[in-house]
Design a protein around this ligand. Structure first.
Ligand code: FES
Ligand code: FES
Length: 79
């Protein structure tokens, strides 16, 4: 399994919609950050699904080092 790459050293703020599912890019290779575009193929990594319960702005991890996937936990400050 390959290691995730850093897409951005900070989170992406995204307004999610209640009832919608999102696939967070765990590998860092997607061109449509912070979400998966299929570029993880062959890395052994896979996206993390998140279903929004309400419409709100959330902070998705861009560095891919978070321990609270798919959200930023501040780990990007230690990279
Ligand atoms: Fe990854 Fe904050 S962007 S922990
Ligand atoms: Fe990164 Fe799919 S492109 S997990």
């Amino acid at each position: 399994m390959e290691k995730p790459v850093v897409a951005q050293r900070g989170p992406y703020g995204v307004k999610v919609e209640a009832g919608k599912s999102y696939f967070w890019c765990a590998c860092g290779r997607s061109k449509t950050q912070p979400f998966c575009d299929g570029s993880h193929k062959g890395t052994g990594l896979a996206p993390v699904m998140f279903k929004a319960e309400k419409t709100e702005e959330l902070w998705f991890c861009g560095c891919k080092a978070t321990a609270t996937k798919p959200f930023c936990d501040g780990s990007h400050n230690r990279l």
